[in-house]
Design a binder for this molecule. Structure first.
Ligand SMILES: [Zn+2]
Length: 278
């Protein structure tokens, strides 16, 4: 949104989670197009989380018009949990992904997990938002926040245990040069069989198994580069069944989520589903 709501002074105080009033069609692909013609003063968040990825609509150092409240807009990063009407599992999955994203944001700004840093939209203004989260988690602000905080603490635990598996952060604009030179070094090392891919604009989930049914360990951010040691055949998404296997993590990322969707340079690996052993 190019800073239309102005630059934030200092670091944000926390995160406000929203539920859009969107149908199952209100995906990241939809919001990307829709925001182009949507008058910004009618509201927009920094980040949109849906079942096809994450979309960052505004730089995190800028403010956004997402709470109908001056303090909320100025001091908080807004995350829209999309597809909040219809299929419950899709919504709950998006909500979990949003909580993983919160872990990264809190880490980036060195913020603790408290009732001051994790906010519901309805704490800032009279609104039904986050309507679906309220419906699912007890109908009260406390019920919803307790649920979110529980998830956020869980994901934080996993993310610090596996620190060196990703190298994720949201400062990709600043890191561009470093990444490029690193990748050149790696590319010259022909014995490693590591192929690098750049995450596409919607972001990519790193999952325990090559299927969207498996829980996501990380959200790889648009523009970040990651190394992969090969690919496997997994769940087919939009006709593409190939999933890349992380160099260090051994976990899976759907190949369609990268800027280069080809399997060039990658070798096929065998994936054994532990559920199928018996
Ligand atoms: Zn809202």
């Amino acid at each position: 949104m190019n800073g239309i709501a102005g630059k934030r002074i200092g670091k944000p105080q926390g995160i406000v989670l929203h539920n859009d009033a969107g149908s199952q069609a209100a995906t990241v692909a939809f919001y990307k197009e829709w925001l182009k013609s949507h008058p910004p003063y009618l509201g927009f968040a920094h980040l949109y989380v849906a079942n096809d990825g994450i979309f960052q609509a505004e730089d995190l150092s800028n403010m956004a018009w997402h709470t109908a409240n001056a303090l909320g807009n100025r001091e908080y990063i807004g995350i829209e949990i999309c597809q909040s009407l219809g299929n419950l599992n899709v919504f709950l999955d998006n909500e979990r992904k949003a909580c993983q994203l919160v872990v990264q944001l809190l880490k980036k700004y060195h913020l603790p997990i408290t009732d001051k840093t994790i906010k519901l939209h309805c704490e800032f203004t009279a609104t039904a938002c986050p309507h679906r989260s309220l419906e699912c988690h007890g109908g009260t602000i406390k019920g919803v926040r307790d649920y979110w905080i529980k998830l956020i603490k869980q994901y934080k635990q996993t993310s610090s245990d596996d620190k060196d598996k990703t190298g994720l952060d949201l400062n990709h604009d600043k890191k561009e040069t470093t990444n490029t030179s690193n990748s050149n070094n790696h590319d010259n090392n022909s014995s490693s069989h590591i192929v690098r891919r750049v995450v596409g604009s919607a972001g990519v989930y790193q999952r325990k198994k090559p299927t969207t049914k498996a829980s996501a360990s990380y959200l790889l951010q648009p523009g970040q580069k990651f190394g992969f040691k090969g690919y496997v055949k997994g769940e087919s998404i939009s006709g593409n069944p190939y999933w890349l296997v992380g160099k260090n993590s051994g976990e899976f990322c759907w190949s369609g989520g990268f800027t280069d969707k080809s399997l060039t340079g990658l070798k096929q690996l065998q994936w054994i589903n532990s559920n199928q052993r018996s």
